[in-house]
Ligand binder design. Structure first.
Ligand code: SAM
Length: 312
């Protein structure tokens, strides 16, 4: 659907929440921009917006998330190969509609499984899956539940696929969750790395420069392997990170943006600056000129599989 200017209309859930009392309202964009230097690239996650996006996309999620399903499958296979014995207690972070949760259940049916997600709508769909009937689902922000979950541990396995990139500080949270592992326990995390959507970031920066706008960060930022290694530092944790890059091709830039939004993954920067007609046009032009030419346009997906074993 197009707006009056002929540009694709953003779904309502892709706009910042400016309702009185909402987190975005209590930290208003206009004031924050007024206090930031003009070239700021600050990115701060708006969790209320993340939760709302996934809630709004929950019903469609399983039909459009083949990349996430493949990632979850790869993570479970490699995790299984790293487990010396069947885990007795498992904690899953950002379980969504239960794609990985149900596979975990089938792999280790005797394990006690706790699964957390920010969106109750995503959890409701997970609960409706036959394999997930006896999972202990909890709704909340996994970054603020480490102490609360200590009572359900210690865990043999903490696992998460395609979720911790939505955390304000994923490496710090996983470091905290590693404290809940029993000696020899494993944290297995699949997430996206900094090359993900690099074309979109570059196109936005080129467009902003072309029309003389500040280069605000409009694409989710992702911690690099070095940041993970620094947070999950030895001697108590033994870290192994496997990285993989894939290119996906889309007919047009709007098709690519629609696919990102389709899985609930639109920009969730608290410091939201409206894109506007001129910037959008300049960005799509820059994207095509730099990466696509007259044909389809590429988007890089940089996957990181992080395995962290507690030594003591
Ligand atoms: C892309 S989905 C992935 C879901 C599932 N793991 C999968 O592989 O299909 C990301 C999920 O992480 C959840 N999430 C994001 N931030 C979270 C947070 N801070 N705490 C708990 N869950 C979070 C979202 O609600 C969403 O369901």
């Amino acid at each position: 659907m197009a707006d009056v200017h002929g540009f694709p209309k953003l779904p309502v859930d892709d706009r910042p929440d400016l309702a009185a009392g909402s987190p975005a309202y209590t930290n208003p964009i206009v004031i924050r921009f007024g206090t930031m230097p003009p070239d700021t690239m600050e990115f701060e996650i708006n969790k209320a917006l993340v939760a709302r996006r996934f809630t709004n996309r929950a019903a469609a999620y399983d039909g459009v998330s083949s990349r996430q399903a493949t990632m979850a499958q790869a993570l479970l296979g490699t995790t299984q190969a790293r487990m010396a014995s069947a885990p007795g207690r498992i904690l899953e972070l950002g379980s969504g509609t239960g794609t990985l949760t149900s596979a975990i259940r089938r792999t280790w049916p005797a394990a006690r499984l706790v699964a957390i997600d920010l969106s109750q709508a995503m959890l409701d769909l997970a609960l409706s899956k036959a394999d997930c009937a006896d999972v202990d689902f909890r709704c909340g922000d996994a970054e603020s539940m480490i102490d609360e979950l200590a009572g359900a541990g210690p865990f043999d396995l903490v696992i998460s696929s395609a979720a911790v990139q939505w955390f304000a500080d994923g490496p710090a949270a996983i470091q905290g969750y590693c404290e809940l592992l029993r000696a020899g326990g494993l944290a297995s995390i699949a997430t996206f790395g900094p090359d993900t959507f690099q074309e979109l970031s570059q196109a936005f920066r080129a467009a902003a420069a072309e029309i003389d706008r500040p280069p605000y960060q409009r694409v989710l930022t992702f911690p690099a392997a070095a940041a993970w290694r620094q947070a999950l530092a030895p001697p108590r944790l033994d870290v192994d990170i496997i990285e993989e890059r894939q290119t996906e091709w889309f007919d047009t830039v709007p098709d690519m943006l629609a696919a990102i939004r389709g899985v609930g993954a639109g920009n969730a920067n608290r410091h939201y600056a409206p894109i506007g007609k001129r910037l959008y046009a300049a960005m799509t032009r820059a994207y095509r000129d730099r990466f696509g030419g007259a044909g389809p346009v590429p988007a890089t997906f940089h996957m990181q599989y992080i395995y962290c074993r507690r030594a003591d």
